[in-house]
Design a protein around this ligand. Structure first.
Ligand SMILES: [Zn+2]
Length: 257
């Protein structure tokens, strides 16, 4: 159970996390948006057309669960629909953070999900990071593209756009954004090195079980979606032969042909 915070504390925290996004280069200009679920079926979210690194608590806007403005002098972010969708589909989620961190967004622009089981802690923290198909920001098209993924994933790449993360607290959602970008950089290094040594299917299963145990995640994605992608079973039908046995087998095969 998350500790109770007043509306004012949430306002201060959103401004603080907005600064982190900006300082880390996860957003440029007025990109990105953050929100927190408030009691009384309300959402506290960042305004449109404003740097997330330069907000004051009074700049934030309160909306209802359909994203309609209830309070605030500024206008609601055009991407509020993405937040509304996530709060609607995930009663466990209390906060949503959206940004355009360059490496992860590069993957999204290349049409590549971050779905490879390369780093144990990332599998533990996120399961995997799928890629939602492209939808014009601020339109129902984008919500439609996210719909099927939101129930299963806390971090999603949006094709040709950016990343959205959710969590039980604002800090949790923000940290997931950091993990996604950090993992994207590591993945990029493996691409540069030209080699990726994926965890085995057995190792991934163990990590997914641990994830369920630690986080009580009933949102853990069904592995049938192939996310994360492992190296396959360790014992992948591997056989060992002596040189002579191999020669004999090849000889036999040649005779038959
Ligand atoms: Zn965006």
């Amino acid at each position: 159970m998350a500790e109770y915070k007043s509306e004012n504390e949430h306002r201060l925290e959103i401004c603080e996390a907005g600064k982190w996004l900006h300082q880390k280069g996860f957003v440029a200009a007025s990109d990105g948006n953050l929100s927190v679920r408030l009691p009384g079926k309300r959402i506290l979210c960042t305004p449109t057309m404003m740097s997330k690194g330069m907000m004051r608590p009074d700049d934030l806007v309160i909306t209802d669960l359909a994203g309609r403005k209830l309070e605030g002098t500024r206008n609601v972010s055009s991407e509020i629909a993405m937040h509304v969708l996530i709060y609607d589909r995930r009663p466990d989620v209390q906060s949503v953070v959206h940004a355009h961190p360059p490496t992860a967004t590069g993957y999204a622009a290349a049409g590549l999900p971050l779905n490879k089981a390369l780093i144990s802690e990332v599998v533990l923290a996120l399961g995997c990071v799928p890629l939602a198909r492209y939808g014009t920001p601020g339109t129902p098209e984008l919500a439609e593209a996210l719909k099927g993924l939101v129930p299963h994933y806390d971090a999603i790449l949006m094709a040709n756009h950016g990343v959205v993360c959710s969590g039980a607290t604002l800090l949790e959602a923000y940290f997931k954004m950091e993990t996604v970008e950090h993992f994207a950089r590591i993945s990029l290094v493996t691409e540069v090195l030209g080699q990726q040594n994926l965890l085995s299917e057995g190792d991934v299963t163990k990590l997914m079980e641990a994830r369920r145990k630690y986080f009580g995640m009933d949102t853990t994605p069904p592995r049938v979606m192939g996310c994360p992608t492992s190296a396959g079973p360790e014992t992948a039908e591997r056989v060992s032969l002596t040189k002579d046995e191999l020669k004999r087998l090849i000889g036999e095969a040649l005779q038959k042909s």
